[in-house]
Design a protein around this ligand. Sequence first.
Ligand code: TYD
Ligand code: MG
Length: 482
Amino acid sequence: MAKNTLSFVCQNCGAAYNRWQGKCESCGEWNTLAEEDTSGSVPVSIRSKRKGRTFALESLAGKSPDAPRMSSGMTELDRVTGGGFVRGSVLLVGGDPGIGKSTLLTQATSMMARAGHRIVYISGEEAIAQVRLRAERLGLSDAPVQLAAETSVEDIVSTLSEGTVPRLIVIDSIQTMWTDTVESAPGTVTQVRASAQALIRFAKKTGAAIILVGHVTKDGQIAGPRVVEHMVDAVMSFEGEGSQQFRILRAVKNRFGPTDEIGVFEMTGLGLREVTNPSELFLSERDLGTPGTAVFAGIEGTRPVLVELQALVAPTSLGTPRRAVVGWDQSRLSMVLAVLEAHCGVKLSGHDVYLNVAGGLRIHEPAADIAAAAALVSSLVNAQLPTDAVYFGEISLSGVIRPVAQTPARLKEAAKLGFKRAVLPESARGGEASGDAGLSLNAVNSLTTLVAEIAASGSRRGESSAPAEKNATPARFRRGEG
Ligand code: TYD
Ligand code: MG
């Protein structure tokens, strides 16, 4: 039987198939399968007569040295890596093209080079002149970073094996690298995998830290960074809305640190600026005085982050009302809407609902539930929420507001930024020493209470201000005055 080494490999996730098909069943992407010769990537099994060597088995207890780390000189970057780059580790930084990966790494490498480390920056994408131009723009031309525009992994490994071992090597990007050992074209899954493997081997052997840059692509023209995610020690994604200045670095996987920390940056004309107090940034352009906005006191990793949730609830002209959400979980929104409808008598089936997290942040905490609910009800009844209040608490399916972790940290951050009151779960008030933040605490135990409070404030304020909205207001909102 002839050995068939050709197969169809998804350029997004790396799944292999015997024949071509339109959709990858593994990741669900369309039109991402490409024919590849996978023979080179399959290691030839060598039959060995050698008897295995014996090794010592260890106990769980015992002293191991801490992972040796190198600070990048950027606090926000160090926060996400868990305190700096670990020697001999390989880190993948993924993100959309143009988001600022090269800028971030140029800044970090320059700072480390200035601190006296041997740092090598290999650009497979840009010519040396372009990289220099960027460094000039960032005011970092004098940093002793060693630069090359190369794409052959064998050449890179040979060059770097000479002289002292570099402390850090940046490969920008892994998709432009190619190795002689496989036949496929650069950018295909097989090439990207084989190149990454060779570089990872080099890192483990020499103790140099390597950062691989990977572009995220939707069209499947080049292999996505997902195909190397499982091979590297840490995966970081650099995110942000193209139109906004904020950039968020998030750890997706980290063998040497936490995965819930975020680093916040702002893209300026002079490169990326670290944002040490994200709350100030996210609240800097607040829309004071409009209904439908609530400030959520959240926690990102170890750091409290205050962010504004914006909701718009408007009568729909469609058969099926729209539910659109940016920066939060769609199913979480559906759940909050269902609880509002089932337990609080808030009918939203005739309304389009839009929810947006300001500033381009993505929230993963269930603690944002009541902030979202408050913003939604506020928009529905056209009643502005108090501008000096923060909201946090999880909503259960029964409409009860459940406590969340780290109440004191949330309250302290809110007090620091000048907020005067907090709407929070009942049980959180007594339990922890949360009163010393100096906020007035409005503890609510059920969503019904919160909805009634917002509705009452709305009907008190503007009987005449929103005649159109009155029809949309459920009967119970119009009733309860005082
Ligand atoms: P870049 O780092 O090249 O992105 P990536 O490597 O992720 O593809 O950044 C590209 C964008 O950043 C580009 O649109 C210009 C912008 N930029 C600034 O706004 N200010 C700067 O100082 C620099 C260097 C880039
Ligand atoms: Mg780049």
